[in-house]
Design a protein around this ligand. Structure first.
Ligand SMILES: [Mg+2]
Length: 239
């Protein structure tokens, strides 16, 4: 059986909660690599790629876009090192139903699952492992080091899925699951299906302001989420 659906998961607020560890590691890594954190204290990461975050915080401090881009590899390494040092002080845990849903999808030959995250590559793997996921369970991944705007990651993910399984997924067969309007925007940018979960910083009401989207309180009802993913008839259901 060849795959017929491609499901892309956001990480923070969707699969897991990192409980502030990401921001703490970001502060340390930015000081090490750039010597400043800009206005990080009042910044909200949710839905943004790390590349965008660095541009937003550092261009007001005098850094050029080219300087930020050139430092991304060093930043990825520094961020992973600081995260590894501090993460024992934070509770990083999977959100309700996330493990069960990933396992259920991974077992299906008709579904390819991937990660679409704003995180840097090493940070993504660290957070996933800390919350009990195996990054290798996701056939493809696109990261916040690969484009400043989150929606730019979607075509990259579809290209990678094609490299993985030899099949070009059409937008109607792509499902993007996330916790922010930016995740919903990723789906809308190609006409894919958006499933939003109110387990991050955004409330159900905030997420529902970005139709078409199916908003769930969480991923706990594996069968219901599977039905949403596999059946195109279930648009805009409230569960
Ligand atoms: Mg998120």
């Amino acid at each position: 059986m060849s795959p017929r659906k491609f499901v892309l998961f956001d990480i923070d607020g969707t699969l897991l909660r990192a409980s502030g560890s990401g921001k703490a590691a970001t502060e340390r890594a930015m000081r090490e690599v750039f010597g400043t954190v800009g206005r990080l204290a009042e910044y909200r990461f949710s839905g943004k790629t790390d590349w965008f975050t660095l541009l937003h915080l550092l261009t007001p401090e005098g850094f050029t876009e080219a300087e930020v881009e050139a430092a991304l590899v060093d930043y990825d390494l520094a961020l992973a090192r600081h995260m590894s040092e501090i993460m024992k002080d934070y509770r990083i845990h999977a959100l309700p139903g996330a493990h069960e849903l990933v396992r259920a999808l991974q077992a299906r030959p008709d579904v390819v699952i991937g990660i679409l995250t704003g995180n840097m590559p090493q940070m993504a793997a660290i957070k996933l492992r800390a919350a009990g996921f195996d990054p290798g369970d996701f056939a493809v991944a696109v990261y916040g080091s690969e484009a400043p705007m989150r929606r730019q990651l979607v075509p990259l993910a579809i290209d990678r899925a094609e490299q993985y399984c030899g099949l070009r997924f059409t937008p109607a067969d792509v499902i993007i699951i996330g916790d922010t309007p930016d995740d919903i925007d990723c789906a809308h940018s190609i006409g894919a299906k958006a499933i939003a979960v109110a387990t991050g910083m955004q409330s159900r009401a905030e997420l529902e302001q970005h139709p078409p989207v199916t908003v769930l309180d969480d991923l706990a009802d594996t069968r219901a989420v599977l039905a949403l993913i596999l059946d195109d008839a279930h648009q805009n259901l409230r569960i």
